[in-house]
Design a protein. Structure first.
Length: 313
């Protein structure tokens, strides 16, 4: 009764509905429902919910990615307008425009020390930029089709890239030279990411597979097969879980330890365009063509919050 009084006093209808719904589900299967209820209340009633605080405007076409700087003070964005832009989080002001790509920019991110930005484009190039002067440092050339994703390694000494040319490539940050060309997928590489320990790469492809590659042996050590093209696959921060979503719209969580799927996240009504784990790995955030952003509990597989406000995908 004390807990219900607390919830009424807080007057948080969404949280109450969510708590009751999943408490009833857990009560059906677990006698320790009091502990479960307290856990759900602590997880969903107490945290501050997200709400829109700023709108960053300046790009002249679709925005394909946004990422924070390591210290959280800036945001880098990449767009169909062929530019990369850097924004101040506190003020929402645009700090600089990185120009040089001649086609759609698909991805961009800061290095871990915040001193560089790497970007990739349908112009087949990867480019390194100075994060303070916004000038181009060097251009990495090797892919013969658009580059879809790019990422720094954990110590920012290497870059991994994936491309429509069906290859994954590793690059030396200091020289810009291509180190390895990994072939084996039979479709475009839609996403690519280093594992948390930096020893493997996970790639999602149009060939309906997810490949995990050992970068020292340059061989595929694990593969997941599906019935449609995989738009993205990524490791959880501890490397145990894989989050993946496909063109058909499903989002699944795969446990590397048990080699089985533990959750299917259901709620979006259209194609999911991106998703990522929180730093602690407990929450997943996703965005979709249904114009919403959604937060999910990773282990329970339930929707925590739906963010609405965008007028397009």
């Amino acid at each position: 009764s004390d807990m219900l009084f607390f919830l009424k006093k807080k007057n948080r209808g969404n949280e109450i509905h969510l708590i009751v719904e999943y408490w009833l589900r857990l009560a059906d299967i677990c006698f320790m429902w009091i502990d479960d209820l307290e856990m759900i209340v602590l997880r969903y009633a107490l945290p501050k919910y997200f709400k829109a605080s700023k709108v960053l405007q300046g790009h002249l076409d679709f925005v394909n990615c946004v990422k924070f700087s390591p210290d959280g003070s800036n945001i880098v964005s990449a767009s169909n307008d062929t530019t990369i832009r850097v924004w101040d989080v506190k003020t929402g002001n645009q700090l600089g425009i990185l120009q040089g790509h001649t086609d759609i920019v698909n991805d961009a991110q800061f290095s871990l020390n915040g001193e560089m930005i790497v970007s990739c484009s349908n112009d087949t190039t990867i480019r390194l930029w100075d994060a303070k002067s916004y000038l181009e440092i060097r251009k990495l050339i090797g892919h013969f089709n658009g580059v879809t994703r790019v990422q720094f390694s954990s110590i920012s000494k290497m870059i991994v890239s994936g491309s429509y040319d069906q290859t994954i490539r590793l690059w030396d940050v200091d020289t810009g030279q291509e180190l390895v060309n990994i072939e084996g997928h039979l479709g475009a590489i839609n996403s690519v990411q280093f594992s948390p320990d930096g020893q493997t790469i996970i790639a999602a492809s149009d060939d309906e597979t997810i490949g995990i590659w050992n970068i020292n042996l340059i061989e595929k050590v694990h593969e997941l097969r599906h019935s449609d093209c995989i738009l993205k696959a990524l490791f959880s921060p501890d490397g145990r879980y894989i989050l993946l979503f496909s063109l058909e719209g499903y989002t699944k969580i795969y446990d590397m330890r048990t080699e089985d799927y533990i959750q299917i996240l259901e709620g979006h009504s259209n194609v999911i365009t991106d998703a990522i784990f929180s730093v602690d790995g407990k929450t997943i955030v996703s965005c979709s063509h249904d114009k919403t952003i959604r937060l999910w509990d990773m282990l329970l597989g339930i929707e925590i919050q739906k963010l609405e406000g965008h007028s397009e995908a």
